[in-house]
Design a protein around this ligand. Structure first.
Ligand code: CP
Ligand code: NVA
Length: 310
């Protein structure tokens, strides 16, 4: 069993140093090249005996399937559980769940309603804990996004990404990535839906190249990449209000035409055509969304290899 201090949790991009993150993305590219059977050099020692337990408090297609298959391709196993299948769903504490699962499994991935649940789990687990999305961030997604950017457009350092729409959990992980990977992030969000103050203050402290505007065209002008996400995230109830506020932030061909000629379009999916993005953009030649979805698998392998290789 790993000692507690050496436990490699993957909780947020902001919690990990730039060199380590760079290595994980490089390994993700290598994992993709290697194909289904990850070679010994990229696999953590003893992975054949390792099992990842996944806990879902919210639905998931990509995260659930890519983590499961990532573990299989690395040579280990995985178990996917909805929280209502666990005693967690009827009041067993997160701390006790963490201690019990640490006796069976080798890593835990959780998709949690509240970020505090993730933090509490990591505090009490003696095995690595991975953030599979919370209300505050979605770091594994953005690791795959950085990988996807580089696959299509070369090194991300010094480049410009425009985030259009809700200042949500995915936007916050993009902010963390801008600081750690050294690119410019221009956020265009309505003032009622800016990223949380905590993330903005963190970015200021880190001296990240992040700007915030309410004007999508200003953010997109000359950008190398345009990104958006759903207007209504899982667990949010004010759908009608959000759709109204976010209507001017829809990404369509007219907005894409303000970006660099070579700009790519990304979306973590699921996408809602005709809302945050037009079908024309989503299915158009600048869209790299299917590569982005595939790259969740390769990024997951690299993240797990880092967590389990400690
Ligand atoms: N992008 C993403 O995390 O997708 P799922 O909700 O399907 O896991
Ligand atoms: N912001 C979205 C991302 C889904 C992968 C949500 O939290 O629902």
């Amino acid at each position: 069993m790993q000692s507690k201090s050496a436990t490699r949790h993957f909780l947020d991009i902001s919690a990990i140093d730039a060199k380590t993150l760079r290595r994980i993305v490089d390994n993700a590219h290598a994992m993709k090249k290697a194909g289904k059977r990850v070679p010994a050099g990229l696999r953590p020692k003893g992975i054949e005996d390792c099992v990842l337990v996944m806990i879902f408090e919210k639905p998931s297609t990509r995260t659930r399937v890519s983590f499961d298959i990532a573990m299989r391709q690395l040579g280990g196993g995985a178990l996917s559980l909805n929280h209502t299948d666990l005693q967690l769903g009827r009041g067993e504490s997160v701390a006790d769940t963490a201690r019990v699962l640490s006796r069976y499994a080798d890593a835990i991935m959780i998709r949690a309603n509240a970020h505090d649940t993730l933090v509490e789990l990591a505090k009490h687990a003696s095995i690595p804990v991975v953030n599979g999305l919370t209300d505050k961030s979605h770091p594994c997604q953005v690791m795959a996004d950085v990988m996807t950017f580089e696959e299509h457009s070369g090194p991300i350092k010094g480049r410009t990404v425009a985030w259009i729409g809700d200042g949500n959990n995915v936007a916050v992980s993009w902010m963390h990535a801008a600081a750690r990977f050294g690119f410019t992030l221009r956020l265009a969000c309505p003032s009622a839906l800016h990223p949380e103050d905590e993330a903005m203050e963190w970015a200021r402290r880190e001296k990240a190249a992040i700007t915030l505007t309410t004007d999508p065209e200003k953010a997109v002008k000359g950008a190398d990449c345009v990104v958006t996400d759903t207007w209504v995230s899982m667990g949010q109830s004010d759908a009608a209000k959000r759709k109204k506020i976010l209507a001017p932030y829809a990404v369509d061909q007219k907005l894409m035409s303000k970006a660099a000629k070579s700009a790519i379009f990304m979306h973590c999916l699921p996408a809602y055509r005709g809302h945050e993005v037009s079908s024309e953009v989503l299915e158009g030649p600048q869209s790299v969304i299917w590569d982005e979805a595939e790259n969740r698998l390769h990024a997951q392998k690299a993240i797990l290899a880092w967590c389990l290789g400690g």
